[in-house]
Design a protein around this ligand. Sequence first.
Ligand SMILES: Nc1ncnc2c1ncn2[C@@H]1O[C@H](COP(=O)(O)OP(=O)(O)OP(=O)(O)O)[C@@H](O)[C@H]1O
Length: 233
Amino acid sequence: MSILQAIELSKQYNNVTALSGLNISVQKGEIFCLLGQNGAGKTTTINIFLGFLKASSGQALIKGVPVEVNGETTKKFTAYIPEVVQLYPNLTGIENLDFFSQMAGFRYSKEELGMLLEKTSLQKEAHHKKLAAYSKGMRQKVAIAIAIAKSADLILMDEPTSGLDPKATAEFTRICKELAAKGKTIMMATHDIFNAVNVGTRIGIMKEGRLVHTLDAKSVTADELQKIYLETI
Ligand SMILES: Nc1ncnc2c1ncn2[C@@H]1O[C@H](COP(=O)(O)OP(=O)(O)OP(=O)(O)O)[C@@H](O)[C@H]1O
């Protein structure tokens, strides 16, 4: 069974067509990278799966459950890492993790919360610092810890590596691969071709609200992907 599936998904914003019969199927343990020009429909796709937006037609299914009909259920399966992680700036990393875990119905001891943050390799001395003092990469680690804490099977990410330095990107890639090896499924929208080849298992290229090309990440180099991308879009 697909963990995430879009079937003929379409979305109109007044007279703008953002998605036009999109079909995607992502299997357990995959890291599916969505590439596409600005306006191709990547964020719209993610927002429909998160239940933030309603599709105009077609189906969005998470673990076979339609998002629109059973939003409360599909939200339990899903975590979200946005481009800019917005957590509570006046709470520490550990307090944010505790708060959002409880919101998702999970209660952890202080020790367990610390272990969850350690899994993302957030430096120990940062656990008790306020989020306001965190870098983008550090905030992302808290968001990943929240995803692990809520035991989400599917993690949706929107341009997660934009603005990360190369070391933070490499660390982020390692964490994504570890999560996928443990059976989590990731779909990320990205503009970073190099990162897509590095982190992805499959790469989809979107154009004008459709998936027009799908590639096995192992079968291409970044240069080859860039060429295919430029020829496609
Ligand atoms: N709230 C909105 N109202 C009207 N049109 C919108 C709205 N949100 C997105 N669109 C339009 O829908 C289309 C798809 O936008 P979307 O943000 O999904 O693309 P994207 O691939 O994520 O782009 P980017 O790479 O710039 O983030 C674009 O034409 C965009 O202008």
